[in-house]
Write a protein that binds this ligand. Structure first.
Ligand SMILES: Cc1ncc(COP(=O)(O)O)c(C=O)c1O
Length: 377
């Protein structure tokens, strides 16, 4: 045992590293008292566009609201098919359903866990053949920190006339072909949930886009559909505004974000080196960098996963299962699904296991986690 217990996520350690900057930022908000959409929100939007090279950023209240605002802006609604992976967090599918649209679940790649463009193309063709729904949008999820196959996804979106939305909730900071995520699709939705690589101290999110007209719509939709003045209502919107305190926290965390991404990469590489001979480690998406929100291995079968997870827990190594059930098997979404089997997503749900990965994990703790895993296999 190391002296310090291994945490799955260590927000107190991170807070200690940024304490002075955090205090300075929070005090500034307490001094000006503009608690919603205050000056730090505009500053954050500028910093985020500069960080990822996107043209426009609109900070919003959560990653889920970012997805919802993006689809509302396109007028997605009843009769529309929205294609998305079956192996993702619930919010990706929840949002089309909230708008009255139908999520069409696609399978994922067994090695990178990202949405499979071959399955996506087949699902689009099947929807067109049936003629019941209108293909309108695809949501590609950058799962666990790695980018989805955006060149393939945007080519399909263009060919099929679909709006391409990047659910980058888990992966802000990752890059593909030398460019940070933020402009791979028509719009990019980011989450700042506290456990994300760039996490606030509450809910938060952002939309990134190259399109000025879309950005203006997002700004209106996040503030109840307002026009040029607050009490001019142009469209049905929502309360999707970001708190200034959260922007202040995120600005403090941005000062260390690049370093933290490097630390996460170092840990992922250490896991790869120590574990590749005994379990399936995550396949790297070619010519990309990952934000390593989650480092997930695959065990041979569900019984082994249960046994290994329990052994690790008893010996002080916390783990988590993302995701124990593919979305098309969730009770809430079954009725929306056409019954097609999605074998890779179904298999991953039985065998996947996430190991701790955060910037404050020491080399000794990573080594201990690996040795404990080896001993429990
Ligand atoms: C893939 C994915 N999409 C969307 C979301 C929703 O983000 P939020 O929790 O900020 O609403 C999450 C957050 O966990 C996520 O992992």
């Amino acid at each position: 045992m190391t002296a310090t217990p291994i945490r799955f996520l260590d927000l107190p350690a991170q807070q200690a590293r940024i304490a002075a900057e955090l205090r300075r930022r929070l005090d500034a908000v307490l001094a000006h008292c503009q608690f919603v959409l205050g000056p730090e929100v505009a500053e954050l939007e500028d910093r985020l566009t500069a960080f990822c090279g996107a043209a426009h950023c609109v900070a919003v209240s959560s990653g889920t609201d970012a997805l919802q605002i993006a689809l509302m802006a396109e007028g997605v609604g009843p009769g529309d098919a929205v294609f998305l992976p079956a192996f993702t967090y619930t919010a990706t599918a929840e949002v089309p359903l909230l708008l009255g649209a139908t999520p069409v679940f696609c399978d994922v790649d067994p090695r990178s866990f990202q949405i499979d463009p071959v399955s996506l193309a087949a699902r689009i063709a099947a929807v067109r053949a049936t003629g019941r729904l209108r293909p309108r949008a695809l949501i590609g999820v950058d799962l666990f920190g790695q980018p989805a196959d955006w060149p393939a996804l945007t080519a399909l979106a263009q060919r099929e006339g679909l709006f391409a939305l990047d659910d980058c909730a888990q992966s802000f900071g990752a890059s593909l072909h030398g460019a940070r995520l933020g402009h791979a699709a028509d719009a990019t939705a980011v989450s700042f949930f506290p456990s994300k690589p760039l996490g606030a101290y509450g809910d938060g999110g952002a939309l990134l886009t190259e399109d000025a007209a879309r950005a203006a719509l997002y700004r209106s939709l996040r503030s109840h559909g307002e026009g040029t003045t607050r009490y001019e209502v142009l469209r049905t919107g929502m309360n999707g505004r970001l708190d200034t305190m959260q922007a202040a926290v995120l600005l403090s965390k941005l000062t260390v974000f690049e370093d933290e991404l490097a630390m996460r990469e170092r840990i992922a590489s250490a896991y790869d080196a120590a574990l590749a001979d005994i379990v399936q480690v995550p396949a790297r998406v070619p010519d990309s960098t990952s934000a390593w929100a989650i480092y997930a291995i695959l065990l041979p079968d569900q019984a082994t996963r249960t046994r290994v997870q329990e052994g690790l827990r008893r010996q002080g190594v916390p783990t988590a299962i993302y995701y124990p059930r593919p979305l098309h098997h969730q009770p809430a979404y079954r009725a929306a699904h056409d019954g097609v089997a999605l074998p890779v997503a179904e298999d991953l749900a039985k065998r996947i296991l996430a190991l701790p990965i955060h910037p404050d994990l020491s080399d000794a703790q990573v080594a201990l986690a690996c040795a404990t895993l080896r001993a429990n296999l």
